[in-house]
Ligand binder design. Structure first.
Ligand SMILES: Nc1ncnc2c1ncn2[C@@H]1O[C@H](COP(=O)(O)OP(=O)(O)OC[C@H]2O[C@@H]([n+]3cccc(C(=O)O)c3)[C@H](O)[C@@H]2O)[C@@H](O)[C@H]1O
Ligand SMILES: Nc1ncnc2c1ncn2[C@@H]1O[C@H](COP(=O)(O)OP(=O)(O)OP(=O)(O)O)[C@@H](O)[C@H]1O
Ligand SMILES: NC(=O)CC[C@H](N)C(=O)O
Length: 542
């Protein structure tokens, strides 16, 4: 055991919700956390990775002025910190070299900086585009205790933690910008326990919280003793500054938040993703086309839970194909939620388009063209309401639809943020049922009825797609786990359905490129981590 039984430290963990590019606002938030830490008698404040710039700043990191702003605000934070020790995540440029840094601020100045050793370049991360890797460990003394510094991906492999131990560290401070996906928290705990077992170091893990385009950071900061015992666990999805003590051997904290179940975690991620996208982009509210189907109902529930009923409005745009049940269920749901609700029938617009195109379409059979027109009329109405009010249109398409191209360009894909973009239809059903356990906001009939686009009479999704449970499992194997069609068939899925699904998936890349950004909740979503060519002759072997 490496720890010092006579030394005791009080530490503040800043699980902050920061905004990319808002260097001054982020500095203000960090200075406010310094005030809380000082009031609690803390010796040290730990911030998340790149707290000052927000994460990920992407190509802002290529702009020299951005570093100048970060340097100026670092000085302001150092002055505010005074004798409190602050470990600040920030980007640093030294000549042409750029680093993902954690600086130890003390006595009004930057005492030393650690540069992230392991730059992640997988999944949604592309830090090698911006940063050079640091090579040295960073260990400093605080009240007789030796503290080592580590930045996010550094701790996912043995090297940097071992280097900190070899340099004399007794405790490791880990700054993180670790985005959420399902089961990520359990993965983090496992990885950190491995490092603790290898090095015998106690670890304090501080993660950021908040939505940033497709990413949601879930917080869930925690501390492990040198023997792997969990000494502190912050609630996920909340901004907070926690105070805990390290008595030289163990972390002392009352906070031991219990991990959430899968549905609760995904639902919270969707809520935070929506709330922060709207708030950080300054939208007054959200508009949703409500159809009486599951996806728009779930999107509405998430939006109201995220924003409050007064910032959300729903619009039902019935056509001659809309069942009375769809109208009844929509009315029932908005009554339960108390949101503004309007009905704008689209038949007059359908008739005008039919007339306008009559000569062009003479002699041609009706097909999806007419169905897509309905969808586009609805998209046009929603976008007009957005333009007039400033509210953003939330699209309702789910991951199963994004994968298969089962959506209309400039129709139901028209909008600014795709809430369920990474939620399979089968998961959407589970989320709706789970949400109703907190209070029945989604009418049961919406959950029970067979999904239908209602673009012609007696249509159901299953006329065009494999059953959702099977479809989702095939997509997950092909898209998230890179399995070949042969492996998927060998796992027991019917060849015809695998062929159909893979063909729809590969043919619809062009649609995904035009789709709005949406919250990532799986390890691989259709966003930063999915970069397939649109123009491609590659064919999978069967
Ligand atoms: N490689 C490519 N690069 C760029 N653009 C390409 C393209 N290939 C086709 N296109 C363009 O895309 C067009 C086809 O896409 P699009 O116009 O979307 O139409 P399309 O994919 O043919 O039809 C929409 C599909 O979405 C389904 N759906 C399901 C659920 C709800 C809704 C709804 O709307 O509410 C719709 C509907 O049943 C239908 O199967 C082509 O006519 C062409 O203009
Ligand atoms: N009658 C309608 N009124 C308002 N919006 C509609 C209507 N029909 C479709 N939309 C919008 O288009 C989206 C796609 O609708 P559609 O019903 O075709 O597909 P879906 O995947 O079954 O979605 P949902 O489960 O919400 O019905 C809906 O979620 C909704 O936002
Ligand atoms: N920002 C990072 O370095 C993140 C890397 C790490 N795999 C995580 O998601 O936690």
């Amino acid at each position: 055991m490496n720890t010092n039984s006579r030394t005791s430290l009080t530490l503040a963990v800043a699980q902050l919700n920061l905004t990319v590019g808002d260097v001054v606002g982020n500095a203000d938030a960090i200075i406010a956390a310094i005030g809380r830490a000082r009031a609690a008698g803390a010796d040290l404040l730990l911030t998340p990775e790149l707290a000052l710039s927000g994460y990920p700043p992407e190509d802002l990191l290529l702009r020299p002025d951005f570093y100048r702003a970060c340097e100026r605000e670092t000085q302001r934070i150092a002055a505010a910190a005074g004798e409190l020790c602050v470990v600040l995540g920030r980007p640093v440029a030294i000549g042409a070299a750029r680093f993902n840094a954690a600086s130890v601020l003390r006595g009004g100045k930057v005492e030393r900086s650690y540069f992230k050793n392991l730059l992640p370049n997988y999944e949604v991360f592309d830090e090698e585009r911006y940063f050079e890797a640091g090579v040295d460990a960073c260990v400093f003394d605080l009240k007789g205790l030796r503290l080592g510094v580590s930045i996010c991906a550094d701790i996912w492999e043995p090297g940097p933690a071992e280097a900190a131990r070899a340099a004399g560290a007794q405790v490791l401070l880990s700054l993180n910008a670790s985005p959420y996906h399902m089961n990520k928290h359990a993965q983090r705990l496992q990885v950190l326990r491995d490092r603790v077992r290898e090095t015998g170091l106690a670890v304090l893990y501080c993660n950021m919280v908040g939505g940033q385009d497709e990413l949601v950071f879930d917080g869930g900061s925690f501390a492990l003793d040198h023997d792997g015992r969990l000494g502190y666990a912050a609630p996920a999805f909340e901004e907070r500054v926690d105070i805990l003590r390290f008595d030289g051997a163990r972390w002392q904290s009352e906070l031991k938040a219990v991990p959430q179940g899968l549905e609760a975690g995904v639902y919270e991620a969707l809520k935070l993703g929506v709330r922060d996208y709207l708030d950080k982009n300054r939208f007054p509210g959200a508009i949703i086309g409500l159809s009486g189907g599951l996806d728009s109902a779930l999107t509405l529930a998430v939006a109201v839970d995220a924003l409050g009923a007064e910032r959300v409005r729903a619009v039902m745009m019935a056509s001659p194909y809309t069942a009375q049940m769809s109208l009844d269920d929509s009315r029932e749901m908005v009554a339960r939620l108390g949101v503004r609700y309007d009905e704008i029938p689209i038949e007059p617009a359908m008739q005008v388009f039919a007339q306008l195109l009559e000569a062009q379409f003479a002699g041609l059979p009706a097909d999806t063209t007419e169905e897509n027109l309905q969808s586009r009329i609805r998209g046009m109405i929603l976008m007009a309401l957005s333009n007039k009010t400033g509210a953003i249109v939330l699209t309702t398409g789910n991951k199963s639809e994004m994968a298969t191209g089962y959506a209309t360009l400039y129709g139901d894909m028209a909008g600014g943020f795709a809430v369920l973009k990474d939620v399979y239809k089968s998961l959407a059903f589970r989320l709706a049922r789970w949400r109703n356990t907190l209070g029945p906001v989604i009418p049961q009939n919406i959950i029970d009825r067979p999904p239908s686009a209602e673009l012609k009479h007696d249509q159901t999704d299953q006329d065009s797609l494999p059953p959702y449970e099977m479809l989702d499992a095939i997509i997950e194997a092909y898209m998230e786990r890179d399995q070949s069609p042969r492996e998927i068939i060998a796992a027991g899925f019917p060849e015809a359905e695998v062929r159909r699904t893979v063909s729809m998936l590969t043919r619809s890349e062009y649609k995904r490129r035009q789709a709005p950004v949406g919250v990532r909740v799986t390890q691989r979503g259709f966003g930063k981590d999915w970069r397939y060519p649109i123009t491609s002759r590659y064919q999978d072997e069967f």
